[in-house]
Design a protein around this ligand. Sequence first.
Ligand code: ZN
Length: 406
Amino acid sequence: MNAPATIEAVRENQDAQAPELFAWSLIRTLVAFDTTSRESNLALIDWVREYLAAHGIESTLTFDDTRRKANLFATLPASDGEKVCGGIVLSGHTDVVPVDGQPWSTNPFEATRIGDKVYGRGVTDMKSFSATGLAFVPEFLRRGLKRPLHFALSYDEEIGCIGVRRLVADIVRRGMKPQGAIVGEPTGMKLVVAHKGKKSWRCRIRGFEAHSSLTPHGVNAVQIACEIVTYLTSMARAFRDQGPYDSAYDVPYTTVHTGVIHGGTALNIVPRDCWFDFEFRHLPLDNPDELFAEVKGYADRFMPEMRRIASDTHIEFDTLSATPGFDAGDASAVAELGRHCLGEDVHCKVSFGSEAALFDGAAIPSIVCGPGHIAQAHQPNEWVTVEQLARCEAFMRRLADRLCVS
Ligand SMILES: [Zn+2]
């Protein structure tokens, strides 16, 4: 953990590395916290809480079961004092993916400008959006808001949008009714109004060991796994060749993918155990549970033959993660706000998931829009261009023009 900068140091340290960026110090500060998903994010959350408190804004924290991680939700009230009804949520996750084993050329936990790019873990996914929003807090307050503006910072997005579920539940429980949410995942500062959902499973096959010269006496878990994986591959081909399609997506159909497989111990043993992980990244209208039921039905066909040889054989499935898709369309008020702040009238749809689906599912219409590109996320030497960060600042300025009284 790098030592966090004091708020005074941040104010003073609009340093020479990126003088054209209003939010540079805040970007540097947030990137300096190692908030890899397996670590606590409390140091970052405490820093933001103190920063907001210095501007007279209280934060509400919701913790995970271990109290090592927290979401932060804070409201800048409207100038008439309204805090509960209406307004916009600026949403970002605080966690980042690991840097282990990646060949970084700079310190990943120090935002470093080289030429027209800024390098660091989380500079694109997605601390820069949150930092830029927070940098504008004094501006929003000085000019006065017509409606409240909320900040939502979550934990454990990268491991399945875990933390934001509690944050959204807390918003609903407290009767807050934001008009919309802007989730700042990297979209190249394009307006995104829909993304795919994702659901993943582990399939575990328990076969029966035998000497490999006596294969009919055993149940080969690896071979059964491969038959099921082949079935998944046939589903993937069918989606590719027959749809349904939505051409607004970069990959315009539901995809099916097996990512990990483990099985067997030696060639001369009929393998007893094999497991593999697979996922559907589905168009919002495709139902992943129906697709799963198809796979399960196919797998069940092997059971009678397996049980004839050994009674304790089985094929079992565990759900690993589930993130819904969403398609809010382009007619919502927040989509209109997004178009205004971007100054362009186009929107698109993406294949990666985000917390937008969870806000949208709680009747808070959402868009996704943030600096940088998903292709640079999770990579060694993750980068974002200064131009993208400047566009994000321009977005916040237009947001302030729209939301503020003066
Ligand atoms: Zn992200």
